[in-house]
Write a protein that binds this ligand. Structure first.
Ligand code: NAD
Length: 372
């Protein structure tokens, strides 16, 4: 396999709990690529979350943000833990992550839901329904009802209160997320399903109009379907393989991406990406949290973070061949029955976090030798 020479600027933020353990395995993969291919990385490592609070007094220090801005991509482990429960709300570990997303205006959240053949039995759905599943959910992340004004709880003075949130989207917000979804679909199955509630919400009606217009103008060669979000929730359980890319707003995306993730049955396997405007570094992180219950025990599954790194190679670093190599090594290792405790099954071999990383490297080495 021929990989071209480029110096790729990466910031690694391991964070808290199992974050540093899984990031160690990502570093092994990076080291392997440096040794065995012509890729070269300019690595910066820093703290985020509780670790950053302990070191800098804030969950994301200004200098860390500057380093992130100057990178091609940012990889995060996880943040959070009970140690910081008593810390002010705006200094909590999660606030570091929220600040990073906000400062970089990362408006597109990508959550793949892939069912690896070897893990088909881990899903709560029947194997024949989820086999070969490969969906990408593109969720709008910075607008909609989570941010819309007015919002708040009002005392009506008669023993009643009124809670208000506002669902609001502008044409440009809809078009920019639509563009991300269509561009990604072109690199995959060339099919976008756009989800809203145009039947009962004006913001949904506008969403549908804008996506339809964008499609006609710039992406007529991509197949486009519209679906009401409630129907999408049902279709994900009934016949998930009908989907390729699903694009939806912040609220529906929050729910549908968790539903799709659970089709795969294993939190330790799920990567994610958050992307902004062209030129802004993408942020890549596993879907799982800091897993304090297993931290420091060598039990964490590092594959979600390694697969997040593979997404960084594909979407921010334009190194799809290296991403393919990592993803197919994950398939091969799972097919060989090598498992961390969270995905352990009868007849397989249970391994530690570090042994999983080693097995992946050995598999990639084998693949490269075969290709040579
Ligand atoms: P969690 O995802 O950390 O853990 C849920 C369960 O899944 C636990 O039993 C854990 O052991 C297991 N698990 C998670 N990742 C795993 C992995 N890679 N390998 C094996 N098992 C794994 O969620 P939680 O317990 O609700 O939250 C723990 C902390 O993480 C909290 O402080 C929470 O705020 C934080 N959190 C952070 C993020 C993030 O960094 N993006 C996301 C979710 C939760």
């Amino acid at each position: 396999m021929q990989l071209e020479t480029r110096n790729l600027k990466l910031t690694l933020l391991p964070g808290d709990g199992i974050g540093p353990e899984v990031m160690t395995e990502v570093k092994k993969v990076i080291g392997f690529l440096e040794d065995k291919s012509s890729l070269s990385f300019d690595l910066h490592e820093d703290d985020i979350g509780g670790a950053a609070y302990d070191r800098y007094g804030q969950p994301l220090a200004d200098q860390t943000l500057d380093t992130c801005r100057a990178s091609d991509a940012i990889i995060i482990g996880a943040v959070g833990g009970s140690k910081w429960d008593g810390v002010d709300y705006n200094l909590r570990p999660e606030a570091g992550l929220l600040r990073l997303r906000k400062e970089l205006d990362l408006f597109a959240n990508l959550r793949p839901a892939i069912v690896f053949d070897a893990l088909v039995d881990a899903s709560t759905l029947k194997p024949e329904i989820v086999k070969g599943l490969d969906i990408l959910i593109v969720r709008e992340l910075t607008g909609g009802v989570y941010f819309g004004e007015p919002r708040g709880i009002e005392d009506l003075g008669n023993g009643e209160k009124r809670g208000v949130n506002t669902q609001v989207y502008t044409s440009s917000e809809i078009q920019r997320i639509g563009r991300v979804a269509f561009d990604l679909a072109k690199k995959r199955g060339n099919h976008v399903t756009s989800c809203e509630k145009a039947n009962v919400m004006e913001s949904g009606k506008l969403w549908r109009e804008e996506i339809t217009m964008l499609h006609g103008k710039d992406f007529a060669d991509v197949k486009l379907d519209h679906m009401y979000a409630d129907n999408c929730a049902m279709q994900l359980l009934r016949n998930p393989s009908q989907f390729d890319v699903i694009v939806t707003d912040n609220l529906f995306g929050d729910i549908l991406s968790d539903e799709a993730a659970m089709l795969t049955g294993s939190l330790g396997m799920l990567p994610s990406a958050s992307l902004g405007a062209p030129g802004v570094p993408g942020l890549y992180e596993p879907v799982h949290g800091s897993a304090p219950d297993i931290a420091g025990q060598g039990k964490a599954n590092p594959l979600a973070t390694i697969l997040s790194f593979a997404m960084a190679l594909r979407y921010s670093l334009n190194e799809g061949a290296a991403a393919d190599m990592i993803e197919s090594a994950v398939q091969d290792v799972l097919n060989a029955g090598i498992r961390t405790a969270d995905i352990m099954a009868e007849g397989c071999t249970e391994v530690s976090t570090s042994a999983m990383g080693d097995a992946l490297i050995a598999q990639m080495d084998k693949t490269l030798q075969k290709a040579a």
